[in-house]
Design a protein around this ligand. Structure first.
Ligand code: NAD
Length: 348
């Protein structure tokens, strides 16, 4: 296996491979950049088909965290860890402690948070052997409502910019793909603002609930991206903007919580060419890491007033990205990357 020539290697500062023979732990910690602070990011447990796929994920995700934290105005660098294994069958308290010792071995250069395959109980187990972990029952709570609020503020920024209106979201039509932890809370918040909702989920109970509670219009999961609305909010899967869907989109704005919404960066340019305004995913969905930053682990007292004030910054950052993109004639995702780099590459 090669690291320095891996496709996702981007000058990463540090990559560690951890193995514990007792528990069978095989894990990777990647720190992309720590100019702004320690690498903070989720620990993901996934049954990767091979070591290279796991490395690819660790490199890609840690780089993403550098950009996300920089634009969220956080004193964090980018880090991420992956455990190779099936969270349903391979996870034991001893394995979590072994991962905790691996995190501890980096002396705080990386701070682990919850991600796919991990629970608050797992983070608690890791915390028995290291202080360099957050997302425990003692440090912070459920990030989804904060993420949903940030997405709603991002939608407001996009609507203001695109339609030159400053009178809120009344009668704005929003199509939400995915009514999970973030999507459903977003639907509630948008409904309270007077928006008209169109919703799709493979979970028909969630759809029915949105119909009953918010008067939402149900849409087929294969057609939600193509509905003729003001805003399409992807809140389920990645790569929803791809060669096929990019020509079928019915919305004037793409703004949702899903990670990695663009199949490739060039799809951002394709959206610009179609005059569709895209709120870059890692900017609009930063609510979770912002909430973590205000938790006890980082000396905060998880004060909601402070957290929501910080989340309001998502609106302002997006407004700046939209303006710069128009001035520079560039796609919003490229402008966001450039703005993040201006922040984390200049501080040593
Ligand atoms: P979730 O698992 O709670 O919800 C996802 C929802 O999408 C589920 O209801 C699921 O049934 C639905 N879904 C799956 N496939 C679908 C399809 N083909 N069509 C329509 N719906 C489908 O996840 P979540 O925590 O709400 O996160 C949603 C997205 O936002 C994910 O991409 C996640 O990575 C991202 N995100 C979440 C947070 C957070 O705080 N939870 C933070 C940042 C980014």
């Amino acid at each position: 296996m090669t690291v320095f020539s891996a496709p996702d290697y981007d000058g990463h500062e540090h990559v560690s491979f951890g193995h514990d023979p007792e528990t069978g732990l095989r894990a990777i910690i990647a720190i992309h950049n720590s100019n702004l602070g320690p690498g903070v990011g989720g620990c993901r447990m996934w049954p990767y088909e091979n070591d290279m796929t796991a490395l690819h994920d660790a490199l890609r995700l840690s780089r993403g965290m550098t950009y996300k934290s920089a634009l969220a105005g956080l004193p964090f660098g980018g880090g991420k860890s992956v455990i190779i294994g099936d969270a349903r069958t391979d996870k034991t308290p001893a394995l979590m402690q072994a991962m905790g010792r691996f995190v501890e071995s980096l002396s705080g250069r990386y701070i682990a948070a919850e991600d796919i395959g991990m629970t608050v109980a797992d983070m608690d187990e890791m915390a028995t052997v290291t202080d360099h972990v957050t997302g425990t029952s003692a440090t912070s709570g459920n990030p989804s409502p904060y993420t949903a609020y940030g997405v709603m503020r991002g939608i407001e920024a996009a609507v203001e910019y695109k339609f030159q209106r400053n009178d809120g979201l009344e009668d704005t039509h929003v199509a939400i793909q995915g009514l999970g932890a973030v999507g459903f809370d977003l639907a509630r918040r948008l409904h309270e603002k007077g928006a008209r909702l169109h919703v799709a989920d493979i979970n028909i109970e969630a759809v029915q609930k949105a119909v009953d509670e918010f008067g939402a219009t149900p849409v087929d999961t294969h057609e939600i991206h193509a509905v003729d609305v003001d805003v399409f909010a992807p809140c389920a899967l990645g790569a929803v903007i791809n060669d096929t869907t990019v020509n079928e989109l019915g919305a004037k704005i793409i703004a949702g919580s899903a990670n990695n919404q663009l199949a490739e960066d060039r799809h951002g340019s394709a959206l610009t060419a179609r005059d569709i305004l895209y709120a870059p995913d890692y900017v609009i969905n930063a609510g979770g890491i912002i909430e973590i930053a205000h938790g006890k682990k980082f000396g905060g007292d998880h004060d909601d007033v402070e957290i929501y004030a910080h989340l309001d910054g998502i609106h302002d950052t997006l407004s700046e990205i939209f303006k710069r993109a128009e001035t520079e004639g560039a796609a919003t995702n490229f402008v966001a990357d450039k703005m993040a780099e201006e922040r984390f590459k200049t501080t040593i």
